[in-house]
Design a protein around this ligand. Structure first.
Ligand code: GRF
Length: 201
């Protein structure tokens, strides 16, 4: 059965665009159930509207309670009948209760080769550390920060004269490929989890 995706984003939405394109080309057996942003000004949400995807903004204001925000998120996702929650540049942490609700059905992308550089500004920290290789990781979400079982990683070289922006751009190209690859694994259901390892069957 075609998987229904709830895409959560906070910004540009280039990963969302890559997923949308893969679906349109028949490269990923999924449909977009809803695109949700916590920011009205996210260009990703404008793209979703332009392409006719169901779209919603559920704002997260400083000081507003996480419970209320997540309850609204949960309502919208449930109403969309999504099977999977896809974090495509969603810049908010989800509570353990939310994660449990969608156990092994939340997928995140992170711009480093985890477990190196979890959290914010991964590309700048990779450069500061002096690593020679970085990349991206797509993983299932558990209640740790960027710590769930890894589905796909793709590596890129770090060049001597890289800035955080040039490295981010190189990684981003690989993100678009890795995300689609990882979602193909998840929607096929042909994988199992052995300890921390995702074993593709
Ligand atoms: C990506 O670098 C992703 O790894 C990170 O946020 C960025 C989102 O980019 N979590 P975009 O909005 O998909 O273009």
């Amino acid at each position: 059965m075609t998987a229904r995706l709830a895409i959560l984003l906070s910004g540009r939405g280039s990963n969302f665009a890559a997923i949308h394109r893969a679906i349109a080309r028949g490269e990923l057996d999924a449909e977009i159930a809803v695109v949700i942003s916590n920011r009205e000004d996210a260009s990703g949400i404008a793209r979703a509207r332009e392409w006719g995807c169901p779209a919603a903004v559920i704002p997260s204001r400083a000081g507003a309670s996480r419970e209320k925000h997540e309850a609204a998120l949960l309502d919208r996702i449930t109403a969309s009948r999504a099977d999977l929650v896809v974090l495509a540049g969603y810049m908010r942490l989800l509570s353990p209760a939310f994660v449990r609700r969608f156990e092994r059905r939340i997928v995140n992308i992170h711009p480093s080769l985890l477990p190196a550089f979890p959290g914010l500004e991964a590309q700048a920290r990779a450069i500061e550390w002096g690593v020679k290789v970085s990349g991206c990781t797509v993983h299932l979400v558990d209640d740790s920060l960027d710590g769930g079982p890894i589905l796909v990683q793709r590596a890129v070289p770090v060049e001597q004269d890289d800035t955080a922006d040039t490295l981010a751009a190189r990684i981003l190209e690989q993100e678009h490929i890795a995300f689609v690859e990882a979602l193909r694994i998840v929607v096929s259901g042909r994988f199992r989890i052995d300890g921390r390892r995702v074993v593709v069957e």
